[in-house]
Design a protein around this ligand. Structure first.
Ligand code: GRG
Length: 280
């Protein structure tokens, strides 16, 4: 899905930047955020909304992909393996990786602004939601706190705050954006936001669990990285089993928020389950 359209706009990848863009889009990512967005659009707008979700779904995956490319840079997490392949700055170089990330971010907002399947009001609301969730009040803010917290002992509340911003904000945005596409009511949007907050936290806790339990080949990224880098994790604070139970409890709470919603919500329910029952 994502990236192919961005790449297809270019007939040939002639420059290093275009080749790196192509490489960044051909990956084994789980496409979780676009799937969540599409599922929330279906849950609130029914099947007829499916095609309307395409551009916003692509846009949020572009933001996520940019964040991973920049997170892997030597100045941040300094990693050489992502989605089972060498990270972009290793395969190409740092300048190219920075530029691909910058370009993907701008492209995300262009896709939404140009989406003629949606009203002007919907496009503005989507841009507002995605910009807030990915910027200083969301993912970028969380990444900043995370960098500051390295080698410091954090409390559970401090850890939750970092992850609510760094990981959770974009997951919540995916659900709210789906609601905007599906023309959800204010009360449905409020529920989607709560579902996102709970499942975003559960997703991050499970990330810490599988980081300990799994290996680099299964994860497609370096296993055990956070603990080795002196970062506080849920597993370190709570223990493996308690962390897993906490994630499952958050998952159940998220499901109960949408228990009364009709069968158009089934794809969303299935996705929420996959977010906590996973090995990569
Ligand atoms: C560089 C501004 C900036 C932010 C980086 C996303 C992020 C913030 C850092 C990634 C570090 C990390 C491993 C966070 C844990 C949760 C997470 C976002 C995992 C990656 O998401 P998945 O599992 O990845 O959906 P795929 O590859 O499947 O798309």
């Amino acid at each position: 899905m994502t990236g192919e359209r961005v790449v297809a706009e270019r007939t040939t990848a002639t420059t290093a930047l275009e080749r790196a863009l192509l490489a960044s889009s051909m990956n084994s990512g789980k496409r979780l955020r676009p799937k969540l967005l599409a599922a929330a659009a279906r849950a609130t707008g029914g099947q007829s909304t499916d095609s309307k979700a395409t551009a916003s779904a692509e846009a949020i995956e572009l933001i996520h992909t940019y964040s991973l490319i920049h997170d892997d840079l030597p100045a941040m997490d300094d990693d050489d393996l992502r989605r089972g392949r060498p990270t972009l700055h290793v395969a190409f170089d740092e300048a190219t990786a920075i530029l691909v990330g910058d370009g993907l971010q701008a492209k995300a907002f262009e896709l939404i602004a140009n989406d003629d399947q949606l009203s002007a009001e919907q496009r503005v609301a989507l841009v507002q939601c995605l910009a807030k969730a990915s910027g200083f009040d969301g993912m970028v803010g969380g990444q900043g706190l995370d960098i500051e917290a390295t080698e410091k002992e954090l409390s559970l509340d401090e850890l939750k705050k970092i992850h609510a911003l760094k990981t959770g904000a974009l997951i919540t945005a995916a659900l709210v954006m789906g609601g905007i596409v599906g023309e959800a009511s204010a009360s449905q949007i409020a529920k989607l936001r709560l579902v996102g907050d709970k499942i975003g936290l559960a997703f991050q806790i499970i990330d810490d669990v599988i980081d300990v339990r799994s290996d680099s080949a299964t994860l497609g990224k370096t296993a055990g990285k956070d603990a080795a880098a002196g970062k506080t994790t849920y597993v370190a604070l709570m223990g493996l089993e308690a962390a897993e139970s906490a994630a499952l409890e958050l998952y159940r709470e998220s499901l109960s928020l949408i228990a009364e919603w009709d069968e158009n919500t089934d794809p969303l329910r299935e996705l929420l389950a996959k977010m906590v029952k996973r090995d990569r």
